[in-house]
Design a protein around this ligand. Structure first.
Ligand code: AQP
Length: 339
């Protein structure tokens, strides 16, 4: 039903909640670029309203928003081909988000594992916004009738919740208005893990800088972080099956495969039996070769923040032109009087 009635349209977003990590790049942005270049109609968003679900200093938020936009462009998102904007410039996200707060059930939110992870033992003290985050995310996607949502593994549950919200809205109002978006989760880097603990994902806001590779890290720092990355005493196995129960080794092989645009099988074929003293420097060299050009281009773009703002404003106007009619129609369906 989705394919026939709705345009093949991609939406995805990233929070400007710190410097972009290699996890965000390999799990999300790199794949956004592939979809843009495969001629999907693509809408990519710097989701600043999601960022403030945890405290952000206003000056830092402004900086991170522009830096993330620069990272999108430096990684290959072309504002002539894709719509690129920041969420707070398109009011439909917040307005539709409120309607979806009234569609989603508290029990659904209680099942969201990301909320449990982020709130930890402090659930009473975190913001109401952090709890309601998934219904705003549903609005981000459905305000464009997006059909495909490329995300890392950690966001799968939120896209599934988006489908539930779309379904319930269509059912409650007896319409066939919102599509069922598909999460697109692929490749060896769908969940890049923390370099110091292979059981936790790499995050922008993780406590230690040594646990992640930031897109702005220089060659020396990247080499140092991989050298100190947790591994295990055994050499690399002869087959990928040998990575089972070796989370840190599996993670480093997955990162190598994603950076090299190959598979873990091919990486293992090349490095079977290798010691970490050989593999880690090769991984660091590859990471520098792939990330340094992006980091340099980000730096160049950040020299001209007014140009970044202009690109975001133009993207916001294009996004608004799609989202506003969908919001208007939603208001009509719900029964809001618009005089
Ligand atoms: N470690 C990861 N591996 C693969 N993909 C990842 N993503 C995030 N971390 C990894 C994907 O990046 C996209 C943007 O994520 P986000 O910034 O909107 O939220 P997040 O998932 O909460 O990312 P972080 O880095 O962990 O941010 P903080 O620390 O601020 O909460 C999503 O597609 C996500 O799956």
């Amino acid at each position: 039903m989705t394919e026939a009635k709705f345009t093949r349209r991609v939406f995805s977003g990233i929070k400007p909640s710190g410097c972009l990590t290699m996890g965000n790049y390999l799990g999300a942005i790199k794949r956004f670029v592939e979809m843009q270049n495969a001629d999907y109609e693509s809408i990519y968003c710097v989701v600043d309203m999601h960022a403030i679900t945890v405290w952000q200093d206003p000056a830092d938020l402004r900086f991170a928003t522009r830096e993330l936009a620069a990272a999108f462009i430096a990684s290959g998102i072309d504002p002539e081909k894709s719509i690129l904007f920041n969420q707070s410039q398109v009011p439909a996200h917040a307005e539709l988000g409120w309607i979806f707060n009234c569609v989603a059930r508290v029990g659904w939110m209680n099942r969201m594992t990301q909320f449990k992870d982020k709130a930890g033992k402090n659930a009473e003290a975190v913001s109401l916004g952090l709890y309601a985050y998934p219904s705003l995310m549903a609005a981000d996607i459905l305000a464009y009738h997006a059909t495909h949502v490329p995300v890392g593994e950690d966001q799968k549950q939120h896209v599934e919740l988006t489908r539930d919200i779309a379904n319930k809205f269509n059912h409650d109002y007896k319409v066939d208005f919102f599509p069922q978006p598909e999460p697109i989760i692929e490749g060896p880097a769908a969940r890049v893990m923390n370099l110091r603990d292979g059981s936790r994902k790499m995050s922008k806001s993780g406590a230690s800088d040594m646990e992640r590779i930031n897109m702005t890290d220089d060659a020396t720092l990247i080499a140092k972080k991989f050298k100190k990355a947790k591994s295990d005493p055994a050499p690399l196995p002869e087959t990928v099956e040998g990575l089972k129960d070796r989370p840190e080794a599996k993670n480093l092989v997955g990162i190598y495969a994603a950076l090299a645009d190959t598979t873990p099988e091919a990486v293992i074929a090349e490095f079977a039996g290798a010691q970490w003293g050989r593999f880690k420097p090769a991984l660091a060299d590859l990471a520098v070769a792939k990330l340094e050009p992006i980091s340099l281009e980000m730096g160049r773009l950040m020299q001209d923040p007014a140009e970044i703002d202009r690109i975001l404003a133009r993207g916001a106007a294009q996004a608004n032109a799609i989202a506003q009619p969908i919001l208007d129609k939603t208001y009509d369906i719900v029964g809001f009087v618009r005089s």
